[in-house]
Design a protein around this ligand. Structure first.
Ligand code: ADP
Length: 462
């Protein structure tokens, strides 16, 4: 079957509403007319039966016929056994009605009645009764009802409905057409503006109405989304420019080194040159590695395989790489769910920094606080000044003075630590070490349990 589906929401809504209203009005009209006719004819039948009984009873007892009920549409006829009219209520019926066939159904045989009103239908709404008079004569008592008034009122109602229902339906359709247009106008405005906002004009925003309705909410949500996209794009641009800058510095140093050495190729200390170039090379390697890791972490969708990780084993392994400072470890077996290479990187970066900045001692602790694994690295170095404790986690941020070549860092280490901690649902903060006086870096990772997975697997108990 062919399904027609108009493209315009406006047309669709108008059609649906109009059809629904039209259908509802049609059904309501049928119900109304039907119940009206039932009520009116029911009342008429009741009254006819009552009058017929009264007259029949009077005939049976030989009493005078009862008077006509006021404003009755029913005439009672009394006929003898040959069908000849002998009496009627009201009396005038005698002159108005001659003997004529009246069927039980609606009969059109009303030719004898001459009235100014349109010819009414006379019919027997209740069955006739046959009685015998005290003298023993057989009499048939009939009730002839005139439906004219009832059919007239019904016709009036039907005619009014035939006019009112279509007019109302068309009116509702027209109203819907304009109401939907009004409701959709802001959406169209939003659509047009959104089309104009291309990548180069990410600073523009959609027109926001302060209506609080669905369209208003949609627009402010879209604008917030644009805010996020714009700030993401801005951060990306900054990141790329910072990264290129950081890459250029060691490359320029290497080039200068080589050019100077080549200019004095005979007197140059090539062994020394090679050592320094190798240092720069290492720096570049570390930088590109950090950049790659950060980029990977930013792509949340990349399949990062999380598994149960024995964090204390990672920390213990990385402690052995600390070269200069004396390490004071305090480790409890803690298991978290995480990505091993990322957690290794987190621990290594914090230990590297502590080793680099400590005067002589680094304290490392791993403990369980409720369901959080808490990993802290304290050192007895200069610490991080309070006003820089947030910014040290920014990409390419370095505390003044550490931008020298020897320290080697480019300010990505702590950015990586924070990124990794957050991608594990945790957080990293820096404060002053209460025990050693230098910096204290604290990492919290939720969803941790105590104990060692491997040991329990081997021995069958915790
Ligand atoms: P980098 O790779 O250059 O070390 P980081 O992101 O690891 O960059 O560190 C950012 C800044 O924080 C650096 O300038 C560093 O001097 C400072 N910092 C990091 N760890 C410590 C610490 N344990 N004590 C004092 N300063 C630190």
């Amino acid at each position: 079957m062919l399904r027609v589906r108009p493209r315009s929401l406006r047309l669709r809504l108008t059609l649906v509403v109009t059809l629904a209203v039209g259908l509802a009005l049609t059904i309501a009209s049928f119900v109304l007319v039907n119940s009206m006719s039932n009520t009116l004819f029911g009342g008429m039948a009741e009254s006819a039966a009552r009058q017929l009984d009264k007259v029949a009873d009077a005939v049976e007892r030989g009493q005078p016929l009862p008077p006509e009920e006021p404003s009755s549409a029913t005439m009672i006829l009394v006929e003898d056994k040959d069908g000849k009219l002998v009496a009627s209520v009201p009396q005038t019926g005698m002159q108005a009605i001659e003997r004529r066939p009246v069927s039980a159904e609606r009969s059109r045989a009303t030719g004898a009645v001459t009235e100014a009103r349109p010819p009414a239908e006379d019919f027997e709404i209740v069955p006739a009764r046959t009685v015998s008079t005290p003298q023993g004569e057989v009499r048939t008592v009939r009730a002839i009802s005139r439906s004219g008034q009832i059919t007239q009122s019904i016709d009036l109602v039907v005619n009014s409905l035939l006019v009112a229902a279509p007019v109302l339906t068309v009116f509702v359709g027209w109203l819907t057409w304009f109401a939907v247009d009004r409701a959709l106008r802001p959406i169209e405005a939003v659509r047009r503006r959104a089309e104009a906002i291309s990548h180069s004009t990410l600073d523009e925003r959609l027109p926001e109405q302060d209506t609080g309705d669905e369209v208003g909410k949609l627009t402010s949500t879209l604008n917030r989304m644009l805010d996020r996209i714009a700030s993401g794009a801005r951060r990306q641009r900054e990141f790329v420019s910072d990264a290129s800058h950081e890459l250029r510095t060691p490359l320029a140093a290497m080039r200068a080194e080589l050019e100077v050495s080549l200019a004095h190729r005979d007197s140059a200390d090539w062994r020394n040159v090679a050592t320094r170039l190798l240092d720069d090379h290492r720096r570049l390697e570390r930088l590109t590695g950090d950049l790659l890791t950060l980029a990977r972490l930013d792509e949340a969708a990349v399949s990062r395989r999380a598994e149960a990780v024995q964090l204390d084993e990672i920390v213990a392994g990385e402690i052995t790489a600390v070269r200069h400072a004396e390490v004071r470890p305090s480790l409890t077996p803690v298991r978290v769910t995480g990505v091993v290479p990322e957690l290794v990187r987190l621990v290594r970066n914090l230990l590297d920094n502590a080793d680099k900045h400590a005067s002589g001692v680094v304290a490392v602790s791993l403990a369980l606080d409720g369901r959080d694994a808490v990993f802290t690295v304290d050192d007895d170095g200069p610490g991080v000044p309070p006003d820089q404790r947030e910014r040290v986690f920014d990409r390419f941020f370095r505390v003044d003075g550490s931008r020298d070549r020897a320290s080697g860092g480019v300010g990505l280490g702590l950015a990586l630590v924070r990124r990794i901690a957050r991608s594990h649902g945790g957080e990293v903060t820096v404060t002053e070490s209460p025990t050693l006086g230098g910096a204290r870096f604290e990492v919290r990772v939720p969803g941790a349990v105590s104990g060692s997975a491997r040991r329990s697997a081997r021995t069958g108990r915790r």
